[in-house]
Design a protein around this ligand. Sequence first.
Ligand SMILES: [Fe+2]
Length: 154
Amino acid sequence: MTEIENDKVVGVLNRILEAELAGVVRYTHYSFLVFGFGRIPIVSWLREQANESLLHAQQAGEWITALGAYPSLGIGKLLDTHTFDIATILRESLEAERLALELYRELLGLVEGRSVALEEYARQLIQLEEMHAADVDKMLRKPGQVAATSPGQG
Ligand SMILES: [Fe+2]
């Protein structure tokens, strides 16, 4: 097996860590801004996403130290559009999830055929993040609308 290029892998893992930490802050922030009839299930869904992002951040951080590198203390980009509109919140979340998905794909490209464990990790996260993006896409559809809002991008 060809060895992984440590610096490149750690670089992507640090970007994943920062993106997932931004997810923790973003989902927590949005969870405060949901009002109306749907509040209870939507707030709990957003908090679940915050917890999942934290778990993903922790996994990335553990990988960074496993590779003998120093984890970033930075955080990914956060936009505050001051929106209370659930559809806008979900569209922003979908975009952020797709960026995270791209990072996991980049990681897979770097470790494929070089590290069984890192490859397994990248594939698992790609599967999870794709299903997550698909879920958000479904939430953005009108009832009865089967077609994805932006097909093939998940
Ligand atoms: Fe994630």
